[in-house]
Design a protein. Structure first.
Lengths: 135, 159
């Protein structure tokens, strides 16, 4: 979908996308149809047809996309596994912490941010040995 | 972090001017901050402006349009207790609600980043509410990502 959004004026055939990302075309088409039902992607038949991004790239987040396919995740209720087992409860709290961070991250990354990030020099700087020792 | 006043023009229509705040801006920034955050922090800003008179590391920028203050950004170059090199810290950024999505925050952020770069630091950091998706998304649009540190806290039992 991000490939579609990065080429805003094109209808791209599913076959081309499947080849580009080396994934099953039939599986990809199912995903694209789900995105079409969510009004994030549109399609056109015939020569020059295919799929195109039709959402607002500055507003659609990774969370919006993933939540279409991962129902029930993340657990917004903060399930504490009411088993009465304190070890299970603590483990559940840790997993909820992970979910909360993951959810916040996905909610804050828009499709446009992903596209823009590929066009600027990588800001990634591995943590220095000196620094890791200092910590 | 003193720098020259820089003017931004959007679409050739609305002029956005980003300037360093000075004493004359104090009352207006207190009122603006109260409208944005919903609570008054007059003493915080007064204390900050006193520090500004002598600080070489603090930076308070204000964005104006037709002379009216629309937003502010507060930053500083500083080290911190973990032995990481000094970096630029974004402490706060706020825009009058009806002026959001009009590039005022982008102008402030661009100017702040420019000043941090000129000061020689290699990174910019900030700490924000994990559920503030809007602000996090805005900062990510400038290339900010999760850094090598994570904030932890302990709720103290005061009984």
């Amino acid at each position: 979908m991000i490939e579609l959004a990065s080429r805003p004026d094109e209808y791209i055939p599913a076959q081309e996308l499947a080849k580009l990302y080396q994934i099953s075309q039939s599986h990809l088409v199912r995903i694209l149809h789900a995105l079409t039902r969510a009004n994030i992607v549109t399609s056109a038949r015939g020569p020059g047809g295919g799929f195109a991004f039709c959402g607002n790239a500055k507003r659609v987040t990774l969370y919006d996309i993933i939540s279409l396919f991962e129902t029930g995740w993340p657990n917004e209720e903060g399930d504490n596994m009411q088993t009465g087992n304190p070890l299970a409860g603590e483990l559940s709290r840790v997993l909820n912490e992970v979910d909360r961070i993951t959810s916040a991250t996905l909610r804050s990354v828009t499709v446009q941010t992903i596209i823009n990030s590929t066009r600027r020099p990588s800001p990634f700087r591995p943590i220095s040995k000196h620094l890791s020792q200092a910590l | 972090m003193k720098g020259a006043t820089r003017a931004y023009v959007r679409d050739g229509q609305r002029g956005i001017t980003v300037v360093e705040a000075d004493a004359a801006d104090l009352a207006e920034i207190i009122a603006l901050d109260a409208r944005i955050t919903g609570f008054s922090r007059a003493e915080f800003w007064k204390d900050l402006f006193r520090q500004l008179e002598t600080s070489k590391t603090l930076c308070v920028l204000v964005a104006k349009s037709s002379g009216k203050m629309i937003g502010y950004a507060l930053g500083e170059v500083r080290s911190w207790p973990v032995r990481a090199p000094a970096c630029g810290w974004l402490y706060a950024i706020g825009i009058e609600k009806e002026y959001r999505l009009h590039k005022f925050a982008s102008a402030l952020m661009t100017e702040l980043i420019s000043r941090f770069k000129k000061s020689g630091v290699g990174a910019i950091r900030t700490v924000i509410d994990v559920d503030d998706s809007l602000l996090m998304s805005f900062l990510r649009s400038f290339g900010m990502t999760a850094g090598p540190f994570v904030e932890l806290e302990l709720t103290l039992d005061r009984s």
